[in-house]
Write a protein that binds this ligand. Structure first.
Ligand code: ATP
Length: 379
């Protein structure tokens, strides 16, 4: 039997958005420095990074709100921006936009605001679709309310519903939850994620909050100073960081300096593998507080020669233990351990410390890195 293949079925999936070698300069200051990034259909990608690293500029370039200076922007494989040749205006890109300060139309009710982008549909369908989205974002009881009667967070939710209503292939969201208080933010994030996945919209979302990025993203692009430092799934960035900056961006970390000796680096909490670094070279050992397992023990006669607790604080869902760690070679370090739940040993309490090596990362020291491989390995 001859099997005929439908070429549409075997074609590689197109990218919803592809940014190629995008560079952007304001007044002689280059703030986006050659970015390549794709968003696949239905995928949520978070642009994460510290303030001023160029996230919003990149999003505005994708939206067409900033005219592209260098590189190219393609939507579903159609180039919609290339310098000096093509600039499809924002309203012709079929892209949903929700920015921090998305303004609603003040003279329209909440329902009319959301229906605004649905002009092509018959009125009953527009109303039904707008109501569905408002329901999904917890705003069903505000349909007849005017924007000035809503809180900032409620206005943000309506702006999200309005952006989602026309079912754009691509959503561009800039800090869409920033004006919500913590508890409401968790709820709206959750609702938004479910709506995005239900609608199947590809999404590029800007945030400076690593936890938000991990919650929302299929993939995270972590930026610093106009460049992407690492792109990958939340697990890849958290568990296989390519650079010390990636480790520290996701939370506090203990940092120790050491020397590679017989392929290992000795620390006060045990030795870690570093055979991929040159013998005798300097290295930085980064230990997440969660990597330190702490157990009380009895030691006589001098507990202060043993690892012990300096102080312990309850942080809510976890306890933070300040430790004085003593190594077998007489080396000492002040380390922070994070332990789930309530664990508050007294000051001076001797402890045994066990290292979870999956949360320990070794990098060549910056001076050594100049001459050595900058690749890293799990310890
Ligand atoms: N229109 C502009 N004119 C001049 N400089 C600008 C303009 N827009 C942004 N910049 C500068 O470009 C750099 C990147 O800004 P951008 O808003 O893209 O960063 P960001 O990562 O989104 O920061 P944040 O998280 O604080 O919003 C900053 O130094 C900013 O001051």
């Amino acid at each position: 039997m001859t099997v005929t293949m439908n070429t549409a079925e075997v074609a590689a999936p197109v990218n919803a958005l592809a940014l190629r070698n995008v560079r952007h300069t304001f007044d002689g200051n280059t703030v986006v420095k050659g970015i390549d990034l794709e968003v696949e259909p239905g995928e949520v990608v978070c642009l994460l990074g510290p303030s001023g690293c160029g996230k919003t500029t990149l999003l505005r370039i994708a939206a067409g709100l900033e005219v592209l200076q260098e590189g190219s922007v393609a939507l579903e494989d159609n180039v919609i921006a290339s310098p000096g040749q093509r600039h499809v205006p924002p309203e012709k890109r079929n892209v949903g936009l929700a920015f921090q300060d998305s303004a609603l139309f003040p003279h329209l009710t909440v329902l009319e605001n959301v229906m605004f982008g649905l002009k092509k549909l018959p009125a009953p369908q527009r109303r039904k679709r707008a109501k569905e989205l408002l329901e999904q974002l917890g705003m069903a009881s505000y349909t007849d309310t005017y924007p000035h009667m809503l809180s900032g967070g409620q206005q943000q939710r309506v702006a999200l519903a309005r952006a989602l209503a026309p079912e754009p292939r691509l959503m561009l969201l800039d800090e869409p939850f920033s004006s919500l208080d913590a508890r409401l933010r968790d709820q709206i994030r959750d609702d938004t994620l479910h709506v995005l996945k239900k609608v199947g919209a590809a999404t590029l979302l800007v945030t400076h909050d690593p936890e938000e990025a991990m919650f929302m993203a299929d993939r995270i692009a972590l930026m610093r100073d106009g460049k992407i430092i690492q792109v990958g799934t939340p697990q890849e960035l958290y568990c296989a960081p390519s650079d010390p900056f990636v480790v520290t961006f996701f939370g506090e970390v203990n940092e120790l300096d050491g020397t590679v000796n017989n392929g290992k680096i000795a620390t006060p909490v045990g030795s870690v593998e570093a055979g991929w670094l040159p013998e005798g070279s300097q290295a930085k050992v980064m230990i997440r507080p969660e990597a330190l397992r702490v157990a009380e023990c009895n030691v006589d006669p001098n507990p202060h020669d043993h690892s012990h607790v300096i102080m312990a604080k309850l942080l809510g869902r976890s306890s933070l233990i300040h430790l004085c760690a003593h190594g077998s070679q007489g080396d000492e370090a002040h380390l922070h351990a994070r332990v789930p739940g309530l664990f508050l040993p007294g000051e001076g309490q001797p402890v045994d410390i066990h290292l979870d090596l999956s949360q320990v990362f070794v990098f060549p020291s910056p001076t050594a890195a100049a001459g050595a491989s900058t690749a890293h390995r799990h310890a």
